[in-house]
Design a protein around this ligand. Structure first.
Ligand SMILES: NC(=O)c1ccc[n+]([C@@H]2O[C@H](COP(=O)([O-])OP(=O)(O)OC[C@H]3O[C@@H](n4cnc5c(N)ncnc54)[C@H](OP(=O)(O)O)[C@@H]3O)[C@@H](O)[C@H]2O)c1
Length: 293
């Protein structure tokens, strides 16, 4: 089976590309420069040339700058909505199954328990609004297309909260972490393995939540990471200070609780995520060999 992965230089796309390559899959990974998905003629040409050669298209391209999106609506819309609409239509036309990533930020965060796929959406920032519109375009194109909503990603490639924290362990003695916002940290390599299962099992189209299993605030996650660091690598004198989200005055509002239930995915035979402790331990071991300490 041949798979097109768009956005393979990003945080998630990088892990997906490596996961599929390691399993012996044939993958196509055009770069942003060679295939800008907002260039409708280029996208059309690409499918006219290559459309018959792959069976799945995984779209990891996204306008992901949550705060900047507040004043760059047109840029966010062009990548998260307009290009996605064309991509979904082309996949449907060429009978290619599409898996498109969306976000926990389609919810307003007012629910106190886990969000399911049946829960009503109500995004409270521009990024979430454009991602929701993108979801709608994908689902309108084909009932076989899949929306995979994920959250709070961390991986080897690109910036992440946990990579920053890891670096601070070595260069500073304190760190402020938000305590009043909760979501499910999701380890990109673990997510990539579960996406591979989705594809191998050829699950029905629709929306699925695919995230880490534990719902944590940034503060709780930072404390857990610090304790595991001490257990694995030795003691550090480092203080994590709880702060409220409002302290940052960020341009974009974040949902207070955007934790995702993965029950629907378990129901179609795709296993749950590894535990946060296992993921963060593995991640820190990788970071130790990469980051200047
Ligand atoms: N990160 C998270 O915490 C998170 C949480 C929930 C959902 N998601 C969703 O998961 C998906 C992947 O997120 P990510 O964090 O991996 O994103 P990312 O690191 O920002 O990567 C985005 C990728 O898209 C490429 N790209 C951007 N504009 C493009 C264009 N016009 N044409 C072609 N390629 C383009 C980028 O290439 P260049 O770098 O070369 O521009 C990069 O490879 C997105 O849909 C995002 O909304 C992410």
């Amino acid at each position: 089976m041949k798979i097109l992965i768009l956005g393979a230089t990003g945080l998630l796309g990088y892990e997906l590309k490596n996961t599929f390559l390691a399993k012996g899959y044939d993958v196509l990974t055009p770069s942003h420069d060679s295939l800008d998905i907002t260039d409708s003629n280029k996208l059309l040409e690409y499918f006219e040339c290559e459309g018959g050669k792959f069976q799945w298209c995984i779209n990891c391209v996204g306008y992901t700058k949550v705060d900047l999106a507040e004043k760059k609506y047109d840029d966010a819309k062009s990548i998260n909505v307009t290009a996605v609409e064309q991509l979904a239509a082309l996949c449907a036309k060429y009978k290619i199954r599409m898996l498109h990533f969306s976000t926990d930020f389609v919810f307003d965060g007012k629910k106190s328990s886990l969000y399911t796929e049946e829960d009503g959406t109500n995004p409270i920032n521009v990024y979430g609004k454009t991602k929701l519109l993108g979801e709608e375009k994908v689902l309108e194109s084909s009932s076989k297309h899949i929306i995979a909503r994920t959250s709070f990603l961390y991986g080897k490639n690109g910036p992440s909260f946990f990579k920053t924290l890891f670096e601070k362990f070595h260069h500073q003695d304190e760190f402020e972490a938000v305590e009043d916002i909760r979501s499910c940290p999701t380890y990109a390599p673990d997510l990539a393995s579960r996406i591979m299962l989705i594809i191998e099992k050829d699950i029905p189209g629709g929306i699925y939540h695919v995230s880490g299993e534990e719902c944590l605030s940034r503060y709780d996650a930072a404390i857990r990471m610090k304790n595991i660091y001490i257990r694995e690598f030795g003691d550090i004198n480092f203080h994590i200070i709880p702060v409220l989200e409002s302290k940052w005055n960020a341009p974009a509002q974040r949902p207070q609780n955007s934790s995702l239930s993965n029950k629907k995915l378990l129901g179609v035979g795709v296993s749950g995520s590894m535990s946060f402790d296992v993921c963060i331990t593995e991640y820190m071991k990788k970071l130790r060999s990469m980051v200047k300490t």
